[in-house]
Design a protein around this ligand. Structure first.
Ligand code: GTR
Length: 397
């Protein structure tokens, strides 16, 4: 009886708070707390940052370290060897227009090794080199070859427009599951990361997968890796942003409806909150991120600093009007405020002069872009179509 009471005393408050957290999801703009965002341009020691040198050598590393320690956890850089086993598959659904390379990327580190599967489609007609679009895929658990879901990964349309396109499934690096996520690179390559409060978690592992895919693209004669685009939708959008902050080889990063812990400002507490996401997806973020459950005001950073880490490389966000859970306005604001690094440090003018409420179509420069469309959460052909206009302009193709 005593133990039961004790258990009840421990679990009841947890149950109540998680229930409360969900019932208190805020969708009312008038209830958004006043926004006090940490400044991108004032260093931890209080120095005003206004030069490229101070940004790249001092402030950027500070902000990077904050995201690593407080939000996503590390993406380990340490590998001893990477090799590629390529199988060109003859029969596949895009046979008439594309070549399919099924690539097993083998990574070794010390006594550990891991193999991840990447699928690459290249236009069949000429030799390229082609710009490449990589989609991180957390959908459908099938083998990657059959993941060319209409709209979500529109292989034929991308090939017809002269892009090569590739995808790997989350499962091949870290399963998207609260307990199974360790059954991938975490156990095979980086077991010591499991013990750390800023250790690698699933989002970082998917980002690591994108980095390995880039290793493959860079040595591929048919691929122009300097014109590379990293795309992720929703949870994979969060991973794409963090991957690109870690790996400067991506020319464009496109986060579609990445929401809480991705594009959207956490301190607005609109839609999904830090507490909700940490409680539901315990395997996505670093353990340290839980310190901010219900206490976003204590975060020493916010998501406006994430596109700033990617500058001056191109960043594109997209939202959907009915996707309030992801806080479309918070996504736009994050990029709008983050774009100040592009303009003040890199003299790349921001296209975000308009308030989110007054947007009436996509807005973009060569380096930054945003669109919001009608409808629900999802990555659809309409999103690709608008994005590709930006991508072509940005890459000069
Ligand atoms: C939701 C989650 C979001 C978003 C989404 C998705 O359930 O709360 O943060 O990542 O899943 O990936 O589709």
């Amino acid at each position: 009886m005593q133990t039961r009471l004790k258990l009840l005393a421990v679990f009841l408050p947890i149950l109540l708070t998680s229930k409360m957290a969900l019932s208190q999801v805020n969708y009312d703009e008038s209830k958004v707390p006043p926004l006090y965002l940490p400044s991108i341009f004032i260093s931890e020691k209080g120095k005003v940052i206004d030069s490229k040198e101070d940004w790249e050598n001092h402030r950027r590393p500070e902000i990077f370290r904050l995201f690593e320690s407080e939000v996503y956890g590390q993406i380990p850089k340490d590998i001893d060897q990477v090799s590629f086993e390529v199988n060109e598959r003859a029969n596949h659904e895009f046979n008439s227009i594309a070549k399919l390379e099924e690539v097993d990327i083998k990574i070794q580190r010390g006594d550990g090794s891991h193999v991840m599967r990447l699928n690459v489609f290249l236009p069949k007609e000429s030799d390229g080199p082609y710009p490449i679009i990589l989609l991180i895929n957390h959908r459908a658990p099938e083998e990657d070859g059959s993941l060319a879901e209409e709209g979500y990964w529109p292989v034929a349309e991308l090939i017809e427009r002269g892009f090569a396109t590739a995808s790997f499934h989350a499962e091949t690096v870290a399963p998207d599951d609260t307990t199974r996520y360790v059954n991938g690179i975490l156990s095979n390559l980086y077991p010591e990361q499991k013990e750390k409060s800023d250790g690698l978690k699933a989002l970082g592992a998917w980002g690591w997968g994108a980095i390995r895919a880039m290793d493959y693209f860079e040595q591929h004669e048919g691929i122009n890796a300097s014109k590379s685009i990293l795309v992720g939708h929703s949870r994979s959008g969060k991973a794409a942003l963090w991957a690109s902050a870690n790996d400067p080889r991506w020319a464009i990063t496109y986060a579609n409806e990445s929401g809480c812990g991705g594009a959207a400002l956490s301190k607005r507490k609109f839609g999904e909150t830090v507490e909700i996401i940490n409680n539901r997806f315990t395997h996505w973020f670093a353990e340290n991120f839980r310190k901010y459950n219900g206490a976003e005001e204590l975060l020493p950073l916010d998501q406006h600093m994430l596109p700033a880490l990617i500058a001056p490389r191109a960043v594109y966000y997209a939202s959907a009007k009915a996707d309030e859970w992801a806080d479309p306005k918070g996504e736009y604001l994050g990029l709008q405020i983050g774009s100040e690094v592009f303009s003040r440090i890199y003299a790349k003018e921001s296209p975000f002069k308009t308030n989110w409420e007054e947007l009436n179509g996509p807005v973009s420069s060569n380096t930054l872009g945003y669109h919001i469309r009608e409808g629900e959460h999802g990555l659809f052909w309409v999103d690709w179509e608008i994005f590709l206009e930006f991508a072509k302009k940005s890459l000069g193709i």
